[in-house]
Write a protein that binds this ligand. Structure first.
Ligand SMILES: Cc1ncc(COP(=O)(O)O)c(C=O)c1O
Length: 965
């Protein structure tokens, strides 16, 4: 053996022995599993499988040029070092973001707990009662604090929520208003700047005319359909909006109010003075600032708009035994997004953050919330008093937490920054100071000292908080709130810890078993990726701090953008969109701006294949485009002839094609390059929905297939946990010609030279969770990422072949291979009286969450195992499916009383003295031996969807009350 060969062998051996490689922890399949798996799939190597799966002409010629991967240990010290580059100043900037205190019991038991953060959106209600209850609590908090009849279970951020309010009010215009083309929407000049920017983005395509002005001089005309006010105003003034709303009602102008949630503990809630919609953020309910997000926004409205409300609503229903149970009501999500009739594309929202904010209210209760609000108010009053004593002038006549000081900004700012304090410098002689629950007397003293130094006076000493109120009496809240049991029971840590655990136990998350939801990529969310989220130096940075204070973040965000460019093959990335659907909208708006820049404003046709996810057409409509649906052929592929015909027909007005790749059918269509060329030849741009990027990374990429822009779901492919329905990050990556149009922010410069207005409130969207994807890429490196993709494809094909003969796979590639997911056809089982839902519910008895039900094809299951699952888990899943198949064979159309129809089986069912089913208890709850050692009990029987929608209740009364009804 030559010396070189020897060295090479040594190195290989060392690599083999490197148990500190993160890839080894992220990927579930071991080297020794391969022979069996390859035999099952009938290939000689993984590479052969990949060659048979991905068309040759789109394979990457070179490995991704990423850095050498770090071990977990190295990464954790690296991220710690980077965090020290962030300067954590005391920030009193406000503008919708405030330092808040996350109760440790919530941080440890929810934010840092895989039982909560790895759950998916509660599609399968019977194994999601815990987070459904937590979200019902959130809705109750919102409805009661705002004084509205109902609230949804969270939106993305305050500004997008305000935009959703505008578009909902536009949609529910009266018949006359629609007939007369009433398009004007009044926006108070008191609105937050980022909200105004977002309203511009969302109103333009719909031709809504924004009129910004002073609400006191607003002339109510018949040409307005709605108005938006900020409560308190952006610099803290609390206005009395009662007469504005009363006049608006006379003119049939609907009013939305963007409100500060904490202030509503003291202020008259907008519902009491007639608002139609109330929106805002719950960030200050215990959620870290995180340089902009993620935080849960809220949306509360009147009962009459319940069918138009964006996002999801949790409602109360009953199960098979008539017992109370919770579920997502009115089917307001994902598969049910109303495609091209949609007014909203909200899909992933901010569930984990909503759960935390709701729990903050459970922990503090009404008394605690009032105490915090009062304390914050007193802090502001005390500061104003002290500054006035220094001779400074405070201009807000009525305020909650934010005061406005007349002083020379250019003198104050350098001194404040010397003492590591940020204010909002409104103009040369106005400084706004927003206080929060974490502000101490010591902090107040520092502020006073800063101002004293700036004006050359001796500071006065603050000895305590003043107790007088600076809120006008008539604005003071008199109504009670949160009297329900749940908000008055869990105030000791032991009690709250147990309540959180009780809810967690009801939910099946990734810490129990594989969640093979197709199109959702439920892979490992590694602890090392998650740990930095708890670090104060990442958590406590306001999104509008001067950029040089956030150097650590800037490094991470730029690196992540660079790595995503490398992975997608594109030239620029914007991390701003905070969900996949927002990415879609952003991408289409960028395409729109591009066409406009070339004088081709008329290009407004968006071609979308019939199999597309509902958010695609919804986003296209929001971007002002006309959707033309193209056909799929009998193999599930895009019907190229039909596409060509439509592209040609619309060539003068063609704006874009939206295409998911590999397709939502789980197939790498070999005609993709032909398809993208066809669109370009007809003047359009190609938008690739990157929800399935987990099948591409390192092997092919959107640029190579000929796309111009794609969104990525960092909460799928790049390891951000799904959090029970969010957080999400949906960056867009774009080709050179689209870079100038990447979205901007009105406060902190970001985006391209010709940036479109904001897509999300914060400049870099949900920066805090971008750390997760950064860590994922840095720890896996090129090899780990590519291996992950290959293994995801391997695992899917393994399941496919294991189930072969018993379950038909609907679509495959030309050489019979699935991509990273596959659709199995359950429609033939109708002959035996079995519906796809019966299989989904029966899987719960086997300890599994169902794959995606009836998307993109009704009556099917879409299975996506991901690379993180072990062979043992894949085998358990297959054995469950095969056992269910035997049960299906034994069922008949006349038989409504079998284990499938009665599934899921609860602990209560199988332990009652009376057992009246024609199969054994063991068959019901322990149909396979592996279940014995790791049983998961659904907490309710099958929920009644129809009853829930007919009797919509979406805030919590004592749950027993519904049982009596
Ligand atoms: C194919 C596809 N496109 C778009 C989306 C929307 O992404 P998000 O839920 O992040 O808005 C999804 C989400 O499941 C999806 O599967």
């Amino acid at each position: 053996m030559s010396i070189f060969a020897h060295l090479y062998f040594r190195l290989k051996l060392l690599e083999f022995m490197r148990t500190d490689l993160f890839a080894l922890r992220h990927i579930g399949i071991r080297e020794e599993d391969l022979p069996q798996m390859l035999r099952t799939i009938n290939v000689n190597s993984v590479d052969q499988l990949i060659t048979e799966t991905i068309p040759d002409d789109i394979r990457l010629a070179k490995p991704l040029a990423l850095e050498t991967p770090m071990s977990e240990h190295e990464y954790l010290s690296h991220i710690q070092v980077l965090s020290e580059k962030n300067k954590v100043f005391k920030s009193y900037i406000g503008l919708g973001y405030h330092e808040s205190i996350t109760p440790s019991v919530i941080k440890r038991n929810i934010l840092e707990n895989a039982g909560w953060y790895t759950a998916y959106t509660p599609y399968q209600a019977e194994i999601a009662q815990g987070r459904l209850e937590a979200l019902l609590n959130f809705q109750t908090v919102i409805a009661e604090l705002t004084g509205m009849e109902l609230a949804n279970a969270s939106l993305l951020d305050e500004s997008t929520a305000a935009a959703e309010a505008m578009t909902m009010l536009f949609d529910v215009r009266s018949r006359d208003q629609k007939k007369n083309n009433v398009l004007k929407f009044f926006v108070s000049e008191e609105i937050l700047p980022q909200t105004l920017s977002l309203l511009k983005t969302r109103s333009t395509p719909l031709e809504i005319e924004l009129i910004v002005g002073n609400h006191e001089s607003f002339e109510f005309g018949d040409d307005y359909f709605g108005a938006l006010l900020q409560y308190p105003g952006k610099h803290g003034q609390v206005h009395d909006y009662a007469s504005f709303v009363a006049k608006a009602v006379e003119k049939n102008i609907k009013v939305a109010i963007a409100a500060d949630i904490l202030s509503l503990a003291l202020l008259t809630p907008p519902g009491e003075f007639g608002a139609d919609v109330v929106v805002g953020t719950t960030q200050r309910f215990g959620i870290p600032l995180g340089y902009g997000g993620p935080h849960a926004a809220f949306f509360a409205t009147k009962e009459e708009y319940k069918r138009s409300i964006p996002g999801r609503i949790i409602g109360v229903t009953k199960d098979t035994d008539g017992k109370p149970a919770l579920r997502m009501a009115l089917q307001t999500r994902e598969q049910h997004i109303k495609r091209d009739k949609a007014t909203s594309n909200i899909c992933t929202a901010q569930v984990l953050l909503a759960v935390m904010a709701g729990m903050y209210a459970v922990y503090h209760g009404p008394k605690g919330l009032k105490y915090i609000a009062n304390k914050v108010h007193s802090t502001a009053v005390t500061l104003a008093d002290s500054l006035e004593k220094l001779g400074l002038y405070q201009t807000n006549t009525s305020y909650f937490d934010t005061i406005s000081i007349k002083a020379d900004s250019s003198k104050v700012r350098p001194i404040a920054e010397k003492y590591e304090v940020n204010f909002l410098y409104v103009d040369a002689d106005t400084i706004s100071i927003a206080l929060n629950e974490a502000t101490s007397i010591k902090d107040l003293q520092l502020i006073v000292n800063i101002f004293a130094e700036a004006i050359g006076k001796k500071a006065i000493t603050i000895n305590g908080l003043l107790s007088q109120s600076l809120l006008e009496n008539k604005l003071a809240r008199t109504s009670t709130f949160l009297e329900n049991n749940v908000f008055n029971s869990y105030h000791s840590e032991t009690e709250l810890m147990r309540y959180i655990k009780k809810l967690e136990r009801k939910d099946l998350a990734l810490n129990h078993s594989m969640i093979s939801l197709g199109s959702c990529t439920m892979k490992l969310n590694a602890a090392s990726e998650m740990l930095p989220l708890s670090m104060a130096r990442w958590g406590n940075i306001h999104p509008f701090v001067p950029i040089e204070q956030a150097e650590g973040y800037q490094i991470i965000l730029k690196e992540l953008e660079k790595d995503l460019n490398i992975i997608t093959g594109f030239a620029g990335t914007s991390l701003q969109p905070n969900s996949g659907a927002q990415g879609e909208f952003a991408g289409l708006m960028v395409i729109r701006a591009y066409h406009e820049s070339r004088g081709e404003t008329h290009r407004n046709i968006c071609l979308i294949p019939a199999s597309a996810h509902g958010t695609n057409p919804a986003s296209a409509v929001m971007a002002g485009m006309k959707v033309v649906v193209t056909k799929t052929d009998e193999n599930g592929n895009i019907d190229v002839a039909d596409l060509a015909e439509k592209a040609e027909l619309h060539k003068d007005n063609l704006s874009a094609l939206m295409v998911t790749y590999p397709s939502t059918h789980g197939v790498f269509e070999s005609s993709i390059k032909e398809i993208t060329k066809l669109i370009h030849d007809n003047g359009g741009q190609v938008y690739m929905d990157g929800a399935n990027m987990n099948a591409q990374v390192g092997l092919t990429n959107p640029a190579t297939i000929g796309a111009d822009v794609c969104h990525l779901n960092l909460h799928k492919t790049f390891a951000i946990p799904h959090g029970g329905g969010g957080p999400g990050v949906g960056p867009i990556c774009v080709a050179e010609q689209l870079v100038p149009f990447l979205p901007g922010n009105p406060v902190i410069k970001t985006g391209g030279d010709k940036a479109i207005t904001a897509i999300s409130a914060a400049p870099w969207g949900s920066s805090l969770v971008c750390l997760i994807s950064y860590g994922y890429i840095k720890m896996l490196g090129e090899n780990g990422l590519t291996q992950s993709t290959k293994t995801a494809i391997l695992n899917a094909n393994y399941i496919k072949n294991k189930l072969s003969g018993k379950f038909d796979v609907l679509y495959t590639g030309e050489r019979g291979r699935a991509a990273h997911e596959m659709i199995i056809d359950c429609r033939p089982f109708k002959e035996n009286g079995i519906e796809v839902t019966d299989i989904a519910k029966r899987l719960m008895d086997y300890g599994f969450h169902a794959p995606t039900v009836s998307f993109p094809v009704a009556g099917t299951l879409m299975i996506e195992p991901t690379e993180s699952e072990s062979l043992a888990e894949l085998d358990r899943f297959c054995s469950a499916m095969l056992s269910i198949r035997e049960e299906i064979d034994a069922a008949s159309a006349e038989d409504n009383n079998n284990a499938l129809k009665n599934a899921p089986h609860t602990l209560e069912m199988v332990t009652t003295d009376k057992w009246e089913f024609p199969y054994s208890r063991q068959q019901a709850a322990f149909p396979l031996p592996y279940i014995l050692e790791n049983k998961f009990w659904p907490s309710v029987r099958r929920v009644d969807d129809t009853y829930g929608d007919r009797n919509l209740i979406c805030t919590c009364a004592p749950i027993e009350a519904y049982a009596e009804a």
